[in-house]
Design a protein around this ligand. Structure first.
Ligand code: PGA
Length: 258
């Protein structure tokens, strides 16, 4: 893994690739990266069945493995769920928690999100908490309230951590093919920082919490978003499935930050 102050580019492959396809995409990404270390934190979050194959491909690279989800109980009779201990055993470092697709399609609540974050931290995983407003909420002028509530509810009782990542992802921009204006992302992320000030000392926020933007990021717009102090990186869906685009994003960003 690269240094702690480098920008993050975390790919979320969602439910798109078989284990074989995941391995193929991972190999192409690894082959496309320059051999020398990059000033970027690169992560990939494949589906559960593909994790082992992807982990084998990225094992000796600077790419870090993440999960798209986990269950909120440690162990037990929870048919179909995947536990934090299983993720640790697979070599995961990150776990995405509270992605809007889970909140919408799986009815995941802030309560569950909070439990998952606490459990992930207890086991030393780095949670990537996703927050963001839906289109109707935005139309109703509720963007700020939604963001502040999602952050505050997710972090109740969360006090000990070495790193925490929060991604602002406006739900209506995910998969749209066109990102929001970078200054809008900055304003939402500024609001998250403001909300965090009620919960943590400034030093904790500065040293341990990273704030990302997610929503239709590609190789052309990535540098517009990581061009300021406010945004520490990006969470990428569709573009992370296309090796040439993902590599393009990383290379463009590397040129930009070095
Ligand atoms: P997208 O997805 O890059 O395809 O818009 C982002 C996300 O869901 O994290």
């Amino acid at each position: 893994m690269a240094g702690v102050n480098f920008p993050f580019v975390i790919g979320n492959w969602k439910m798109n690739l078989t284990p074989y396809e995941s391995e193929t995409v991972a190999k192409k990404i690894v082959a496309g990266l320059p051999p020398e270390g990059l000033p970027i934190e690169i992560g990939i979050c494949p589906s559960y069945p593909a994790m082992e194959r992807v982990q084998r491909v990225i094992a000796k690279t600077s790419i870090t493995l993440g999960s798209q989800n986990m269950f909120w109980k440690e162990d037990g009779s929870y048919t179909g769920e995947v536990s934090v201990r299983m993720l640790k055993d697979m070599g995961c470092h990150y776990v995405i928690i509270g992605h809007s697709e889970r909140r919408i399609h799986l009815r995941e609540t802030d309560y569950e999100v909070n439990k998952k974050i606490r459990l992930a931290l207890q086991y030393g995983l780095v949670p990537i908490l996703c927050v963001g407003e839906k289109f109707e909420e935005r139309q109703d002028g509720k963007r700020d309230v939604v963001i502040m509530e999602e952050v505050a509810n997710a972090l109740k009782g969360v006090d000990k951590f070495s790193q925490l990542i929060i991604a602002y992802e406006p739900v209506w921009v995910i998969g749209r093919g066109e990102a929001i204006e970078p200054n809008e992302a900055c304003s939402a992320i500024g609001l998250i920082r403001y909300t965090l000030k009620d919960i943590y000392p400034q030093k904790t926020i500065d040293d341990k919490i990273k704030l990302l933007y997610g929503g239709s990021i590609d190789d052309k717009n990535i540098t517009d978003f990581v061009d300021n102090e406010e945004i520490n990186g990006v969470l990428v869906g569709g573009s992370s499935l296309k090796p040439e685009v993902y590599i393009g994003m990383i290379n463009n960003l590397a040129k930009h930050v070095s």
